[in-house]
Design a protein around this ligand. Structure first.
Ligand SMILES: N=c1c2ncn([C@@H]3O[C@H](COP(=O)(O)OP(=O)(O)OP(=O)(O)O)[C@@H](O)[C@H]3O)c2ncn1[C@@H]1O[C@H](COP(=O)(O)O)[C@@H](O)[C@H]1O
Length: 106
């Protein structure tokens, strides 16, 4: 399996140009960033429930929904996925605990 988040971003960009009658992505984007964000929140909650209940097959599906809807939100907000990946890359220089301490000094 070689499908990547970059592939998903590219597919969403293509489908964004389709008509809302034939594309769920285009229909969602036409409703604006707030609606896209609401859907992301719903799918995130469903992923949390699947994780907490230990339902692995359901978690796989809900995690896919989360990644899809997050990528749609990034497009609606005009934030390239590359910026998110670059932010993650900067964090590889230190541990998460060190990053948290630097962000929230107590
Ligand atoms: N990965 C996904 C994907 N994951 C989830 N979904 C859709 O997300 C929707 C969530 O359904 P809900 O009932 O929760 O939401 P809703 O119909 O918006 O209802 P409301 O909450 O708005 O009332 C479903 O209709 C799913 O089909 C997705 N739709 C599209 N993709 C990808 O996007 C590509 C392009 O899709 P189209 O834009 O439809 O061509 C597809 O080939 C996929 O690769």
């Amino acid at each position: 399996m070689s499908f990547t988040l970059e592939d998903l971003e590219a597919r969403i960009a293509v489908r964004a140009a389709a008509s809302p009658e034939e594309s769920y992505t285009a229909k969602l984007l036409a409703r604006g960033v707030a609606k896209c964000a609401q859907k992301l929140g719903e799918e995130a909650t469903e992923a949390v429930i699947a994780a907490v209940t230990g339902d692995k097959p359901e978690l796989v599906k809900e995690a896919a929904d989360v990644l899809y809807h997050l990528t749609v939100v990034l497009r609606a907000a005009d934030v390239p996925l590359a910026q998110v990946m670059a932010e993650l890359e900067t964090r590889t220089a230190q541990s998460g605990l060190a990053e948290k301490a630097a962000r929230k000094p107590e």
